[in-house]
Structure formats: C-alpha cells, structure tokens
Design a protein around this ligand. Structure first.
Ligand SMILES: Cc1cc2nc3c(=O)[nH]c(=O)nc-3n(C[C@H](O)[C@H](O)[C@H](O)COP(=O)(O)OP(=O)(O)OC[C@H]3O[C@@H](n4cnc5c(N)ncnc54)[C@H](O)[C@@H]3O)c2cc1C
Length: 469
C-alpha cells in the first residue's frame, strides 16, 4: 500500500531488464462474464513499467472494478498497478495530492479522511485506483452538480508506448490529457497524478428518502431536487409493472456539518469505516440455484442497505453500500453478470425511459440492482461517457438471451441519441460504439500520434475499434 515503498524507489533509477515470459493467468472483469488468459505482471517501480511494456501488446490494470473487458488483454501483457501506490506530496493549503496512479480511493480516504479531506469525485466503490478513475473518467452520485473525475485532475505523468515519460495537463499536451479521460488506458500508462481533494467538515451526510409511486413521479422528483441536493440516486423497484412501473426510492443528500450532527455521532465527526465488509456472500451460487428466488434474496439484501436512509449517513453507507457486502457479485453465479449503463438526453427522456423499462421487463431476463440518476455537463474528456441527461445502470445475470437483450437496448439508446458506458460494457460492437461516440475519429488521431504502432491494446480496445482487431 501507499507507505510500503520509499519515495526514492518510486522513480526507479536503474533500468530493469525485461522479464522472462510468464505463464498466462486467467483474468476477469468485475462481472466475471468475460475472462481472458493474459500475461499478468505487477511492476513496483516506474522503471519496471517502462521495461515491462511489451511491444506486442500491453494494458494497465488497476483494481479490476471495470465490469467488462477493459483491463483484459488475451495472450498479451497486463500490468497491474496496485504496487505503485505511493503518495508523493500533499499541499494542505490547496488540498492538492500528488500520488502514483495505483493508489486507491480507499487508501486516500484512510490517510486523508481523518484530516478533513475526501476524494473530490467518487464512484460507487472506493476500491478503485486513481489510474482507473482517470481512464474511465468516473462519475458519482453528484455528476449533475460536480462533474466527473477529470474536473479534479490537474496534471498527470504518462508513460508513452515509446518508453518516454511525459507530462500532460490542460496546457501541456492537452490532446493527450483529454484523450486519456475515457481513453481506457490505450494512450499511455498513467504513472502519477496531481489531484485536488475535497475539504470536509465531517465524514457524514445529511440525507432524505423520497418514495415515488411510478416513473413520472420518480423523474419529477429527480428533476425537482436537482438544484437543491448535490447528491442524488434513485433505485427503481424492478418488480413493479403496469401503473407502478418505474416507482422506487430516491435518496438525496449533502455533506453534514459538525454543528448539525446528532449527539450520538458528533463525538467523532471524521470517523472512518472498518476496512473489511460486515457481510459476505460465501461462494459463487451454482447455476441451478440461480433463479428468481435467489436473485430476489440477494437483491433485497442489497436494497435493504441502499434504501434504509437514516437522517444522517456515514460516507460508507452513503457512497459505498456495495462495499459493505463482500463478494456480492457471487450471488449471480459462475456465468457472472453484465452491468448495462446508458445515458440519454433529457429531451424525451421520460418517454424513452418508459419504453426501455418495458423492454427490459418483458425480456424474460432477471433484472437486478439498478440506479437512476441525472447527469450534468460533459467534462471535455474526448471519449468520456457522462453527458447531460438521465443515466440508468442495471445488472443482468448472464443467461440465454442476455446478450441479445443488451444489443437491442444498444439500438434503442442509439436511436435516443444516447450512449453506453465502456467501464461497464462487455458487448457493444465497434459499429454501434462509433455511432454513439462521434469524437472517436479525433481520439484515433491522438492514438496515432502517441502510439502509432498500437503497443497499448486490450480486449475492449479491439472489440470497439479503439485499436485494430
Ligand atoms: C460496485 C461498483 C460500483 C461502481 N460505481 C461506479 C460509478 O458510480 N461511476 C462510475 O463511473 N463507475 C463506477 N464503477 C466502475 C469503476 O469505477 C470503474 O470501472 C473504474 O475505472 C475501476 O477502476 P480500477 O482501478 O478497478 O480499474 P480497472 O477496472 O482495473 O481498469 C479500468 C480501466 O482503467 C485503465 N487503467 C487502470 N490503471 C491505469 C493506469 N495507471 N494508466 C492508464 N490506464 C489505466 C485500464 O486499462 C482499464 O481500461 C463501479 C464499479 C463497481 C464494481
């Protein structure tokens, strides 16, 4: 972890030798629905990363929380970055942290939380690396108010395919800087990043639960609370059909100040969470057991955590309910699952959402955890996912017909002028991806400039046309 290696070894002065070929290791995305045999290595120094960049194809891997094939590279090299997680400097006056890109948000919270700082932007798990957050330009519950991860990154150092280490910022190599957000690790390996953290008075949130009886009420509640609360997320009751379709619970909130904390928690306003989850799914459910009932049980366990807001919530329950249930994905069985996330424009958003939900509910698939949120303005990341509109994410355990459903949804999203999120995706085709991301040609020009021989490759890159198949 962050303190395990001294700063003097971080830059690595001597050039290490290229490693002998290693046996292939099976790696999976977080959904466990796609797997590849890859040559997996875990460098400890920047010099090792450079020496281990295999010209036949290399991709970085953080904590493997992307659901699909973003950090897989069949038959080729995958460089795990988590041993490169040092904090290199912190300026308290500007709340600016310089760290290696393998540092996790969990580690940043552990060290800086008690001092009154928190990551500026966080996805729904803290078990992600800074490099992974940059490559997917991740968003959180407050995208409509706070934007995506790109907004808190001032500068990066990036190892290019040529072996050169360069700086990228809004003013220095801006094409590389913006292309790296949403660039899925395919322009270069981020070695270090300079991030602005958020000052917090407490590690608690004031929150409110709004129950909506149907989709219209839910979307009206999302729209009405948009200006008042920076954080908001809805969970639809996915069993509800007919006039109740799209009903569920919206939880909105904001940071709590010390003055407002109730006495029972006011004594430790910057309390951190215990490091290990309280509950755990003990093993992968066998396929035979994977039916509506088991799905319902696991679903309800998770919903109980998500939809039980007391007036004040610790950040752990507010941001990271799934981190509290260890190995929750095992509930989906050995075939794994896919998370499908899209964003569609606000115009006609309600009508389109209704049709999408109807298609999902009549598909015969077993839809699972879901989240509905509003998104705000784009970050400027060339291939970043977030754009203004409604975003919906839903899990499907893999069964016969799941891929066909996802492809049908892709067509509907495209028709609505929306796009799907590569950080979650496993199945979008190159043709559909190109139609969803009109900035693709600009990004490919940046790729040709910084990695003309396509040294940085991945299964996802080949699948969606970011590198040659
Ligand atoms: C429970 C859960 C909740 C989630 N909630 C959200 C959410 O609310 N919002 C959201 O946006 N995402 C969410 N995600 C997705 C997750 O935030 C992203 O997939 C994130 O990128 C994962 O980071 P990682 O370190 O695990 O990266 P990995 O999954 O290992 O890799 C992801 C990508 O980053 C690249 N990469 C990793 N390190 C580097 C590096 N040093 N240099 C260059 N490229 C690199 C990889 O090549 C790959 O393309 C969630 C995931 C889970 C499991």
């Amino acid at each position: 972890m962050a303190a395990a290696r001294s700063a003097s070894t971080a830059e690595g002065s001597k050039k290490p030798a290229a490693p002998a070929p290693a046996p292939l290791t099976e790696l999976a995305g977080w959904g466990a629905n796609v797997r590849s045999s890859c040559e997996y290595r875990e460098p400890e120094t920047q010099a090792q990363v450079a020496a281990w960049l295999d010209k036949r194809g290399t991709i970085a891997r953080g904590l493997g929380r992307s659901y699909g094939d973003a950090a897989l590279n069949a038959g080729k090299r995958v460089l795990g970055t988590t041993r490169m997680s040092l904090f290199l400097g912190f300026d308290e006056a500007t709340a600016t942290l310089r760290c290696e890109a393998g540092a996790s948000l969990a580690e940043i919270i552990r060290v800086f939380g008690p001092r009154g700082f928190f990551p500026m932007i966080t996805p729904g798990t803290k078990l992600v690396t800074v490099g992974g957050c940059i490559a997917n330009d991740v968003h959180g519950k407050a995208h409509h108010a706070q934007g995506s991860f790109a907004g808190c990154v001032d500068e990066m150092t990036i190892l290019l395919a040529s072996g050169e280490v360069v700086r990228a910022s809004r003013t220095e190599r801006p094409d590389l800087f913006w292309g790296t957000f949403g660039g899925m690790g395919l322009l270069g390996i981020v070695l270090t990043a300079t991030l602005r953290l958020r000052r917090i008075d407490t590690t608690y949130f004031r929150q409110k639960k709004i129950v909506a009886r149907d989709l219209d009420a839910m979307m009206a509640a999302l729209d009405e609370t948009n200006e008042t609360y920076p954080y908001s997320v809805a969970t639809l009751d996915i069993g509800a059909t007919g006039t109740r379709l799209g009903g569920g619970v919206l939880v909105v909130g904001d940071h709590a100040t010390r003055e407002e904390l109730p006495p029972e928690i006011a004594g430790a306003p910057l309390l951190l969470s215990p490091s290990s989850p309280k509950l755990s799914v003990p093993f992968e459910f066998p396929e035979l057991a994977l039916n509506g009932l088991t799905i319902q049980i696991v679903n309800e366990a998770i919903l109980a955590i998500q939809q039980n807001p007391a007036p004040y919530s610790h950040y752990e329950g507010f941001f990271y309910p799934l981190d509290m249930l260890g190995h929750w994905y095992r509930g989906y069985g050995r075939s794994g699952f896919t998370q499908y996330q899209f964003v569609i424009p606000f115009a006609e958003g309600r009508r389109r959402m209704r049709t999408l939900l109807e298609v999902i509910m009549s598909s015969g698939q077993l839809p699972f955890l879901n989240i509905l949120k509003r998104m705000g303005k784009e970050s400027g990341g060339t291939l970043s996912f977030p754009r203004e509109g409604y975003t919906f994410a839903i899990d499907f355990p893999i069964r016969e017909g799941t891929v066909a459903l996802v492809r049908r949804l892709d067509e509907m999203i495209l028709d609505a002028g929306g796009r799907t999120y590569l950080g979650k995706d496993s199945y979008v085709t190159a043709e559909t991806f190109r139609a969803m991301y009109p900035a693709l040609d600009g990004w490919l020009a940046t790729k040709a400039k910084y990695d003309p021989n396509n040294v940085l490759t991945s299964d996802l890159g080949r699948r969606v046309g970011l590198v040659p198949a």
